[in-house]
Design a protein. Structure first.
Length: 309
């Protein structure tokens, strides 16, 4: 047997078993507080938006805590179209969580008369606290938004949306691409799956990921044009790609979201985008990343209004 050359857990070419997953879990540490950095801020959201607990994660067996899961919405009405905003699918992607919170605190009320707004600010609170992509079982929520999902974070969202009585017009899913994608998470994934790791260049700036089944090119472009006033749009690499995918237009790539079990494929919304900012860039501050996420949401809403929705 040969030790994995790219990651120090597991054997090269072999998928992880329970022992390797336990070894990985033993390395994870609570590094920040969901209660202080997320829930306390959500207490400041205007009473115009109702807080609903849609689930709870009990991770005490993993040395963590119980985590209540919350959704926020205005008064949902049949004569308004519905827009879903999700953050913290990957808990380590900070501006996704903080951007969703900032939107609720500052901009959401400006759109509540026109849209049904449903916001899930932090889908993976254990991941937020441990600054992690996976859950304690070494599973990625963002590949498991499916019926009968084995991932508690994803399954809770699926159940919640099944109970939503109105169709979703648009879904904005807030993410980041970080240096740790190449230094930690991609090598760990390859080791877990018994595969060879290949990294890609981390895009320096903001970009979006559309759905290849319904790319909505003008929608994606409108978001990038607005965010370009806040932080730079990521240029393609020398192969004309972002994160290993060919660009469909500047700052845009497309994935088959439903087929991959991604959060962006969880509804049948015709307008879907996944935002990506680069918090490790020398050209962007944490505050710019949060503002980029808020701007992406408001640009999406402005576009929909301009289309007559």
């Amino acid at each position: 047997m040969t030790a994995n050359p790219d990651y120090d857990i597991g054997v090269a070419g072999q998928k992880w078993g329970d022992a390797e997953k336990t070894q990985w879990l033993g390395r994870q540490r609570i590094q920040r507080s969901y209660q202080q950095q997320v829930l306390a801020k959500l207490e400041q959201v205007t009473a115009q938006f109702t807080r609903q607990q849609y689930g709870e994660l009990d991770y005490r067996q993993y040395g963590a805590d119980r985590y209540p899961l919350y959704a926020f919405s205005n008064d949902l009405a049949a004569d308004k179209v519905t827009v879903l905003v999700t953050g913290g699918v990957h808990g380590y992607e900070t501006s996704g969580v903080q951007g969703a919170i900032r939107f609720l605190q500052t901009e959401a009320a400006n759109y509540s008369d026109h849209f049904n707004l449903v916001v899930l600010p932090c889908i993976s609170p254990w991941g937020y606290e441990t600054i992690n992509r996976w859950n304690p079982l070494a599973l990625d929520p963002n590949r498991n938004f499916t019926a009968d999902s084995p991932v508690a974070e994803s399954a809770a969202v699926v159940r919640f949306l099944q109970q939503l009585s109105l169709p979703v017009l648009a879904h904005i899913d807030l993410h980041e691409t970080t240096d740790s994608d190449n230094s930690e998470f991609r090598p760990a994934k390859a080791a877990r799956d018994g595969e060879i790791n290949t990294n890609w260049d981390i895009p320096d700036g903001f970009y979006v990921v559309g759905d290849s089944a319904k790319p909505a090119a003008d929608f994606q472009q409108a978001i990038n044009q607005a965010v370009g006033n806040v932080t730079q749009i990521a240029p393609a690499d020398s192969n004309g790609c972002l994160i290993g995918e060919p660009i469909s237009q500047p700052g845009v790539v497309n994935y088959p979201k439903k087929a991959l079990g991604l959060c962006g494929g969880i509804t049948d919304a015709p307008y879907v985008t996944t935002t990506e900012v680069y918090p490790d860039s020398p050209n962007a501050s944490p505050e710019q990343c949060i503002l980029a996420q808020v701007t992406a949401i408001t640009a999406a809403l402005d576009y929909l209004k301009a289309q007559g929705y």
